[in-house]
Design a protein around this ligand. Structure first.
Ligand SMILES: [Zn+2]
Length: 270
């Protein structure tokens, strides 16, 4: 499942390929994704120029001179840039043909992704009430500590709440807590500011490493064959149940928190 680093990597990969290009035509091959792709895009995006691409949480935002395309990759979505005359593949549901004979195509076998439209000055509901970006200055230990006061949720569920901070997905939550030496079972409201300092730094390190790893896989970005090709991470704890801890003599445990699997070392995380 694409997480923040994959979305950021996609954004960086797309940028030089699509920026300042004009959209010649818009093609909706399968309307039904998580939500229906708005039909009006076929006419309203025509002849519009792509002036910016950015990311907010796990949403890719493609700005035209009039409004913004909002793309979420869902569980299995990916974007590729290919020659416009390349044969359409099975799970390619949406296409923007550009004025340099290339196309942006949205591929999504499971169709939990979404392609939405945001008019200038009319923000979509899903983009409101989002917490700060984890790699921003705004996200620090003061912030994370102050929000935790009085909360009884466990710390792993707390850092995965997108109204607190966006983009700390299930894998990265386990990895960050492991790096910080903090037990995922710890109560968020009973965690000290100094631990939150270690944790915010760990989250930034884990996500930055993942983004940097992903950068290398984008060398052949424009040749993406339709398979998502999310990069495999060097994971320290996630998915390593019953294996030896890389830091101590402990064995990695797997528990379920808020219906999601959590991996941790009961010896060096407390
Ligand atoms: Zn350990």
């Amino acid at each position: 499942m694409p997480e923040l680093p994959e979305v950021e990597t996609t954004k960086r990969g797309l940028e030089p390929l699509i920026l300042n290009k004009k959209i010649l035509s818009v093609h909706i091959y399968k309307k039904k994704l998580r939500w229906d792709i708005p039909s009006h895009l076929v006419s309203s995006l025509k002849q519009k120029k792509i002036i910016k691409i950015s990311r907010r949480a796990k949403y890719l935002l493609i700005d035209t001179d009039d409004g913004q395309l909002v793309i979420h990759l869902g569980m299995s979505g990916s974007l590729c840039v290919v020659p416009s005359n390349e044969i359409l593949k099975k799970h390619q549901h949406f296409e923007l043909k550009l004025d340099n004979l290339t196309s942006i195509r949205f591929n999504d076998p499971r169709r939990f992704g979404s392609i939405l439209w945001q008019e200038t000055g009319k923000p979509l509901k899903i983009l409101q009430n989002l917490g700060p970006e984890p790699l921003s200055y705004e996200f620090d230990n003061d912030y994370l500590y102050n929000f935790s006061i009085g909360k009884s949720t466990n710390i792993k569920t707390y850092i995965m709440d997108s109204s607190i901070v966006v983009g700390v997905g299930n894998i990265y939550a386990s990895e960050s807590l492991f790096l910080a030496g903090i037990s995922p079972k710890r109560v968020s409201g009973k965690t000290s500011k100094s631990r939150y300092k270690i944790l915010t730094e760990a989250i930034k390190i884990v996500l930055t490493d993942a983004i940097n790893n992903g950068g290398t896989t984008l060398n052949d970005f424009s040749n993406v064959d339709g398979s998502p090709g999310y990069f495999s991470q060097n994971l320290s704890v996630y998915g390593r149940e019953s294996m030896s801890c890389i830091r101590c003599e402990g064995k990695i445990k797997r528990i379920i928190q808020n219906q999601r699997a959590t991996y941790y070392c009961p010896i060096c995380q407390h």
